[in-house]
Design a protein around this ligand. Sequence first.
Ligand code: GLC
Ligand code: CA
Length: 517
Amino acid sequence: MSEAWWRGAAIYQVYLRSFADGNGDGIGDLAGLRTRLPYLAELGVDAIWLNPWYPSPMADGGYDVADYRAIDPAFGTLAEAEAYIAEAHALGIRTIIDIVPNHGSDQQDWFVEALAAGPGSAARGRFIFRPGRGPAGELPPNDWQSIFNGPAWTQVADGEWYLHLFAPEQPDFNWRNPEVVEEFHAILRFWLDRGVDGIRIDSAAVLFKDLDSVEESYTDHDEVHEVYRGWRRITDSYEGRFLVGEMWMPDQERFALYLRPDEMHTAFNFDFLSRPWNADELRASIDLTLATHVPIGAPPTWVLSNHDVTRPVTKYGRPDTSFSHQDRKHGMPTDLVLGERRARAAALLAMALPGGLYVYQGEELGLPEVEDLPDELLQDPIFTRSAGADRGRDGCRVPLPWSGQETPFGFGAGTPWLPQPTDWKNLTAESQQADQNSMLALYRNALKIRRTHLGDGSLTWLDSPPGILTFTRDSGLTSITNLTPNPIDLPPHIELLLTSAPLDNAQLPSDTTAWIR
Ligand code: GLC
Ligand code: CA
């Protein structure tokens, strides 16, 4: 088996804007992150994945990149980024950055140039410009809708239209243009030369479009694989680096193609987080994931949350515990006590599974989704573009509570860019530090055990009654999750390593995971 570090790594996702604010302007930054590195070392993570940190007008939280080779001044400077990478390395923490290949920002030099250069120019050829339909070209080239709602085309002053699968501020690149291919190769080298250990590939499956198609036809065109073959060659020319792709694709056979030995090393597994809290569903997801990855030798990944999805404590406390982008279930009645209990059990389950693990900032504090943010403060383009029908993703992006009794809870000196709920005083890292039963203590203890007993490898299912998930790992650790309403007996064991909730007369209660040997 390969010993590449990333195969079983626990990777912590930092949404920089909301992690820690070093200069008091209410926006998280590199200075804040650097002061909190000891916290992440103590938590026991192997790497940090940072959402885009580049200069950006922030039309989509930085996923509208204006310059791929610099740092947004709100976050810091390139020199600070380099200092951060080195400091993290000194603590044994690697860095993964986010590269956004599908689209740039409408403020990027290339796009500004394209607008000035006019129809038919080489500068326009880097994007997807087309004349409109209708007698005066007043209709968009086709009827495609944007993923963020509304038309996927915007018209410019000279009458041409450009394609944007996301917001109008995010023009799509033309991946059939070799200049675009070359540019991203150079960008990858730029960051790999600066010591980043991994690349997260944003919206990885949607780079190629068939514009003649009536329906939106951009996901998973065969041509995309050649792009990642090129990226793999570059990444592998450096020591110990890897790619992780973001693909929301239901077809697992097609998904697996991206993980062939000459393409991406890994990809996010979103099937698991989309499933409801139900033993058969989770078992099916685990089996499907393993069946997809094992034959091609790629390690699976396990993700309970990220900056695009509902916080687990909230998701698992709802009557419908599944997740879907189509319906975020905002404002559904939620039992947060039950949700937290299940989120704890889910964390131990996910951490016990073979492969890599992603932890989104605040997950280790058990933060709930913030569902009562005032309309005028919402920043996610999904909110405005859906005319408020979808309140978007800001509720999982609220700045972290670090310490103290009052907002901003040690986040920084200024007013946080999104307001924190006042009752987060009970969820600060500081208050959880002192409490052995806290979510933070659970994550710390579990990640410590995971480091020696879990991660990369395989699992063996053990027979268990309906509603119970029991498997053993290569190390001999057995994980048992009880999704039935009643307490159950634990299998014979010599050691109880960890439980997500206290045992009840030596029995494993409902919605609880135990790790035994
Ligand atoms: C990815 C990101 C998401 C972003 C979108 C467009 O899905 O995770 O936050 O809005 O791509 O770049
Ligand atoms: Ca700041």
